[in-house]
Design a protein around this ligand. Sequence first.
Ligand code: PHE
Length: 333
Amino acid sequence: IKEKAMEEIKSLNNMEELEQARVKFLGKKGELTKVLRGMGKLSKEERPVIGQLANEVRQDIEKELNNTKENFRREIQKRKLEKERIDISIPGKDIVLGHRHPLVKTMEELENIFMNMGFSVVYGPEVETVENNFDELNSPENHPSRDLTDTFYINKNLLLRTHTSPVQIRVMKENKPPLRIVSAGRTFRFDDVDDTHSPMFHQLEGLVVDENITMANLKETINTFIKVLFGEDMHTRFRPHYFPFTEPSAEVDVSCFSCKGKGCDDCNGTGWSMELLGCGMVNPKVLQNCGIDPDKYSGFAFGLGIDRIAMVKYGIDDIRLLFENDMRFLEQF
Ligand code: PHE
């Protein structure tokens, strides 16, 4: 049996045949088992001798089967490795890495500047209630900006926010002073598209409410922000203005980006770059609308156009480029 088994095992070709051979020689109905079963017929003296022999044969066959199995396994592994071999000399595929959109980069930069000044960053929805966007901000019922031609209305009560100022209302209604937040995001106004106008644009809103907040705090905050963003040699000019939700209100001009205030063709010789942001002291009526005591607290707010800043920072002369997602444009940043 042993010789026959060894002979057969040598001629095995694969794992299946090996398993069949195992059953044939060692299985319950196998040849060796038959011998062991027949032991009952043997004499007392023969039994241990034959028994031992049969066990030895069993062990030998098992060993040979296992060795063969191991060889097969190695063979399979080798073939698999050869098949899956990677040719490391083939040139690689270029991995195209994406990057942040210049507008997003600008937004993050602005948020970071304010975070470094102790502001928290909050978010507000682009679909707003008429209440938050106009009413609570003390916007008069007949104000032209409420007109259908300026505002995208969704229905009587909902609209696409026309500025980020409704975030002020949300923050003041949900939190108690002291408050110090900025909020950047999309805003919408019905506008014809040209190189400086788009019906979708971006603003960053800022709001500070606490005891003893004054115009001096507002000016210092804006001045610091401008210098960190554009450089120490940039100055600001506050011009009186009107917003229903701030009183007094101002518009802020910044030194001309081309000549830094000396006067050049870009700024018609004035040295100023116009209307970078609107700001003012939070109107006491607005504080009251939000349940904040105007006798105890005061605050300032500002709103600035992010698209303008991105265009100045990255030397982009057409706002439409920011929204068209032309790869030839985006890949430059
Ligand atoms: N919301 C104003 C605008 O869109 C800007 C502004 C914000 C003015 C906060 C004053 C205070 O023009």
